[in-house]
Design a protein around this ligand. Structure first.
Ligand SMILES: Cc1cc2nc3c(=O)[nH]c(=O)nc-3n(C[C@H](O)[C@H](O)[C@H](O)COP(=O)(O)OP(=O)(O)OC[C@H]3O[C@@H](n4cnc5c(N)ncnc54)[C@H](O)[C@@H]3O)c2cc1C
Length: 303
């Protein structure tokens, strides 16, 4: 179906459940696609130890991710560009142009943006003061061998702390969880875990001290100041949408509502909205996005 003017029928940015579902659906209706992903396919699913809300009998994230990866690798109409990320996206009335980190440009009649969300950093929240430019990894991405026997300062009380504890049920890791009052309702599920020390704070100032990997000054709700030290710091503040620069319309919250985009730009998965962020909803929206491109292309061919 691809016109010689284009590199492919459909460019898919992001290889999570939404992007992978889009590629499978596109192939099922005869559309060629190029899927660009900087990491491995479904990288986030590899960190989810237990699943109870997906169809197909999958009970763990890695099991589902492996199955999706096998399917994608055997999808002849989908060209996988792994280890690459998109730096810019341009769209006009006729086509889209995507720039990859190598500088290469790809063109297609349609693009699906399925780039998901990434962790909020200390600079994004008012209750933390941190050194300029500091970027920390989210706790749920920590590997067991990195954290075994260590004390970790966790910034924020968002729910992935529970995921981490369930993924590492026997790890001898101590978590010092510093969280603002707005996270109070989220920490219930970790309150009774003996590896967790809860530190409700008004404010936290993060610094680095020679000989100690991480140190922080906390100001508690009772105005008491405390200095805490840890082997490393991780994030559990929350997420923000990730999307390449260029012709994408973002709302005030940074998300990219599908209905606000240019005609040739289709958005799928978690990057759409802070609501409905689940594997099945992301996959469904990815499949729908590919069909949207397919039907739109059909209309063009008729005219
Ligand atoms: C700790 C944790 C536990 C979870 N547990 C569950 C659960 O039990 N059940 C459930 O249903 N959901 C769960 N979720 C949510 C689920 O993982 C997401 O809803 C789902 O992965 C969203 O899929 P997506 O394809 O929209 O985005 P993602 O899975 O985030 O995939 C987006 C992809 O886009 C890539 N990307 C980003 N920027 C670019 C770029 N510029 N160029 C190219 N590629 C780019 C990223 O590398 C990423 O691989 C959990 C999430 C987390 C973090």
């Amino acid at each position: 179906m691809a016109d010689t003017l284009y590199d492919t029928d459909l460019i898919i940015i992001g290889g999570g459940p939404a992007g992978c579902a889009a590629a499978r659906m596109a192939a099922s209706v005869g559309m060629r696609s190029i899927l660009i992903e900087p990491d491995r396919l479904c990288r986030n699913l590899y960190r989810i130890p237990a699943l109870n809300n997906v169809l197909g009998g999958y009970t763990s994230g890695p099991e589902l991710a492996d199955a999706i990866t096998t399917e994608l690798k055997s999808t002849e109409l989908c060209r996988l560009e792994l280890g690459r990320f998109v730096t810019d996206l341009r769209a006009d009335e006729v086509h889209v142009t995507v720039t990859v980190d190598t500088g290469a440009r790809l063109t297609a009649p349609y693009v699906i943006v399925a780039t998901g969300v990434g962790p909020l950093q200390p600079r994004d929240v008012a209750w933390i003061t941190a050194p300029d430019g500091l970027a920390l990894p989210p706790l749920w991405q920590a590997e067991a061998h990195d954290v075994e026997g260590r004390t970790l300062l966790v910034l924020g009380g968002d729910r992935p702390i529970g995921t981490f504890l369930r993924a590492n049920p026997t790890t001898d890791t101590r978590l010092l969880v510093a969280y603002p009052a707005t996270d109070e309702y989220k920490i219930e599920e970790i309150r009774d875990d003996l590896r967790v020390t809860l530190l409700p704070v008004e404010h936290l100032t993060l610094g680095a001290t020679e000989g100690i990997l991480v140190s922080a000054e906390t100001l508690g709700h009772d105005a008491a100041r405390q200095t805490i030290t840890a082997d490393a710091a991780y994030l559990s503040i929350g997420n923000a949408p990730t999307a390449p620069s260029g012709d994408l319309t973002r709302g005030a919250d940074g998300y990219c509502p599908p209905s606000d985009q240019r005609p040739r730009v289709i958005v799928a998965g978690d990057v759409r909205s802070a609501r409905f962020q689940r594997i099945m909803t992301a996959s469904g929206s990815g499949g729908e996005a590919a069909l949207r491109a397919y039907y739109a292309a059909g209309e063009l061919l008729k005219s």
